[in-house]
Design a binder for this molecule. Sequence first.
Ligand code: RET
Length: 246
Amino acid sequence: MISSVSTWATLGAIGMILGTLAPLWGLTNDPERRDHYLVLAGVTGVAAVAYTLMSLGIGDVAVSGRIVSLPRYVDWLITTPLILLFLAMLGNTGRGSLGRLLVADITLLVLGAVAVAIPGRIRWLAFAGGLAAFGVLVYELYVRIPRLASFTNERARTLFVTLRNLTIALWTLYPLVWVLAPSGVGLLTRDMTMLVIAYLDLISKAAFVVLAVDGMDALADAARGATGADPVATDGGDASDAETTD
Ligand code: RET
C-alpha cells in the first residue's frame, strides 16, 4: 500500500517542480536579473529534489525512537538561506545584514536538528535556543532591514514587505508544528506532519517564488529608470533612526 507520507511528499515534489517553472521562464525572458532568478530557481528546485527523495523513503533515519527525514533538514539548510538571500538582495542591505540572517537561520536549524536527535527533556533547551535564534532573525527582517534598506523604487519596497511578511508569518508556524509533531509532544502523527509541512513548504517556497517572479518587473522598471532614478530610502536609511512603521 502507498503510504500517505509518500503521497503527500509526491504532491509536494510536483508543486515544487511547477514552482520552479516561473523562475526558469524569468531566466530565459529577463536575463538582466539572472542572479535573482537563479536564487529563486534554487529554492524550489532543491525542494523538488528533497520531496522526490522523501516520496521514495530515501534518507529516513531513526533517531531516539523517531523517524527523521534527512532530505528535509538538508533542504531547509540550503533553501532557507536562499530565501533570506533573496530578501536581502531586494533591500540591498549589504553583507552584515545578510550575515546576521544566515547565522541566525543556520543556528535555529542546527538546534532544531539537535533537539530531535537527543533524548529526554534536555532537548527542549535546544528547542528554546532555536526559538531565540528565530527571534534574532525576525528582528533583523522586521526592524533592521527596513531601516537600512535602499530600495530601487517604491514597488521594490512593496515587494520586499509582502514577501517578508509572508515569510515571517509562515516560518512562525514551523516551531509550532515541531512541538505538535512526533519531534515534540506527538499530538500529530507522522502522516499528518508530512501533510502540514508539505503545505507550509509549498506556500513558503513555491508561492514565495511565484510572487517574487511576478514582482520582478519592479526591478526591471528601476533599471530602465521608468519610475524615477532615485533609490527610495524606506524608513530613513540609518540604523539610528526612529522605529519603522512597516
Ligand atoms: C525548528 C525547531 C527549533 C526552533 C525553530 C524551528 C524553526 C524552523 C523554521 C523552518 C522553516 C522552514 C522553511 C522551509 C521551507 O521550505 C527547527 C522547527 C524556530 C522556521 C521555511
